[in-house]
Design a protein around this ligand. Structure first.
Ligand code: SF4
Ligand code: SF4
Length: 166
């Protein structure tokens, strides 16, 4: 079955905050030869939905500020005229969108097509969901260590994006 994405205006890439893990960042950096700061950021936490154990605590002043690791988006900086410039290395959240791994459609989904399609047929990455689950868990540990160190935002970003996965 052809993906409905080929007929779409790609509103997901233009209007969604794309949260990522250290592993997503590493794959994209290797694939694109871009430094992580060119496409990723620690974004102030203003999302209704994100994993609590992925919340990064930054200490630039006396008060703690919570952030989340995300792509530079709205629209996504990795989008080109031709499409996703890092398609082979795109983040897990992009691979599944607009679904959660459970198959439910995300509440804030802007996708006009996929909710109507048979789940799984157009998202073959779901077959590898255990691998990404493992990464999510490992990323939680990386974030925990980062938070333990009470780093500034800049240092926390460095810490989270210097992971080597292979
Ligand atoms: S996932 Fe949905 S919104 Fe995104 S490009 Fe595909 S059809 Fe369009
Ligand atoms: S990484 Fe690629 S698929 Fe994901 S939002 Fe950016 S352009 Fe779209």
């Amino acid at each position: 079955m052809a993906s409905p994405c080929v007929m779409c205006n790609k509103s997901c890439c233009n209007s969604q905050v794309i949260t990522v893990t250290s592993f997503d960042v590493e794959r994209i950096a290797r694939h694109s030869n871009l430094k992580p700061w060119r496409f990723a950021q620690l974004r102030k936490l203003d999302l209704p939905t994100c994993l609590n154990n992925h919340v990064v605590e930054c200490w630039d002043g006396k008060e703690r500020e919570d952030h989340i690791l995300a792509l530079k988006s709205l629209p996504c900086k990795l989008r080109s005229e031709e499409g996703c410039s890092v398609y082979e290395a795109r983040p897990f959240s992009c691979r599944l969108y607009p679904h959660w791994k459970t198959g439910q459609v995300s509440k804030d989904a802007v996708c006009p097509f996929v909710p109507k399609m048979m789940f799984g047929m157009v998202k073959p990455d779901l077959l590898h969901v255990e691998h990404f689950e493992k990464e999510n868990l490992e990323f939680s540990g990386i974030v925990r260590e980062c938070n333990r160190r009470k780093l500034t935002k800049e240092k926390a970003f460095e810490f989270l994006t210097q992971v080597r996965i292979y």
